[in-house]
Design a protein around this ligand. Structure first.
Ligand SMILES: NC(=O)c1ccc[n+]([C@@H]2O[C@H](COP(=O)([O-])OP(=O)(O)OC[C@H]3O[C@@H](n4cnc5c(N)ncnc54)[C@H](OP(=O)(O)O)[C@@H]3O)[C@@H](O)[C@H]2O)c1
Length: 282
């Protein structure tokens, strides 16, 4: 477990711009003055979310498993962005993450729990290690991150869990992943109930097929995988990490202040329309 930080070039870590008089001004955005933590913030949906939050003014801390991907992500985030490397399923690492949050950010307004793993294995081939990793990262870590973050969450803060449309499907080889994501969706309800008295909202986003490292197939190029996944989606294209990040931003914002314990599907119609409908007959 280690902590990484880029050099600060701005006092609050937000990139400044120069106005006509040469004075440094900071970008004003929806999340100006807010603090945010994004687990899985080094890749895919989490990384896209971290970039958007920072662009809209939040002071951001990303968490990821591998030091090299975290360092690479930091090069594309504003100076002053914090990062912590660790195994999110380990309670000691979660505690170390929250201690860094307390020390560097003070409190927390936005918590996005995007770290997740997908393993495709049929019933006869799933191992105990597979089970423990999938439920460790996708369920245990979500629960304990919220438990350990709770004392740091400010009134009016927003916690966003990432479930999946896959939670509603029985598919060969993906049973454990689907069960873990169904648990995540349920945690959004029960954790919302636990924290509503503190003025904290917990909600879930359920992406459909999205072009990230999680579901890349080694034998296919990124372009081929985009076409493959896009064919599953009624809207006719694969989701991009930014499509999901936009929904997370909405749930994190005050515009979603009446939304609690809910699930927002962001899937191009994948779980809403079922099979991709055939082209209309003329
Ligand atoms: N992509 C999809 O089609 C899709 C669809 C529905 C739901 N989702 C969900 O969306 C979330 C984000 O996934 P993604 O598609 O953006 O995948 P991704 O690009 O593979 O990102 C996964 C992130 O989780 C981190 N992570 C994995 N295991 C970890 C561990 N043990 N400890 C700490 N960090 C760990 C990874 O860190 P490293 O990079 O350092 O390994 C990475 O930052 C996941 O919860 C996933 O289940 C994805």
């Amino acid at each position: 477990m280690m902590s990484v930080r880029r050099d600060r070039h701005a006092p609050n870590g937000i990139e400044g711009t120069l106005n006509a008089d040469g004075e440094r001004r900071h970008r004003v955005g929806r999340f100006e003055g807010k603090t945010a933590v994004v687990t899985g913030g080094s890749s895919g949906i989490g990384f896209a979310t971290a970039k958007m939050l920072a662009r809209e003014g939040a002071r951001v801390l990303i968490h990821g498993r591998r030091e090299e991907t975290v360092k690479e992500a930091l090069t594309q985030l504003p100076p002053g962005t914090h990062a912590v490397v660790g195994r999110i399923e380990r309670l000691a690492d979660i505690d170390a993450l929250m201690e860094t949050v307390r020390r560097e950010l003070g409190g927390l307004d936005i918590l996005v729990l995007s770290a997740g793993v997908l393993k495709v294995a049929t019933l006869d081939s799933v191992t105990e290690d597979d089970f423990d990793e999938i439920f460790g990262v996708n369920v245990k870590a979500v629960f304990f991150c919220v438990q350990r973050a709770a004392p740091l969450l400010n009134k009016g803060s927003s916690v966003i869990l990432i479930s999946s449309g896959a939670a509603e499907l029985g598919r060969v080889g993906r049973g454990l992943y689907a069960a873990s994501k169904a648990a995540t969706r349920q945690l959004a309800r029960s954790l919302a109930a636990e924290l509503v008295h503190k003025g904290v909202r917990v909600n879930a986003v359920s992406p459909g097929p999205t072009l990230t490292r999680l579901n890349m197939v080694a034998t296919r190029s990124k372009e081929e995988q985009a076409v493959f996944l896009g064919k599953m989606v009624p809207l006719g294209r694969v989701g991009m990490p930014e499509d999901i990040a936009h929904a997370i931003m909405f749930l994190a914002s005050d515009e979603a202040s009446f939304i609690l314990g809910a699930e927002l599907a962001v899937d191009g119609g994948w779980r809403q329309l079922g099979e991709v409908p055939p082209p209309a007959q003329k």
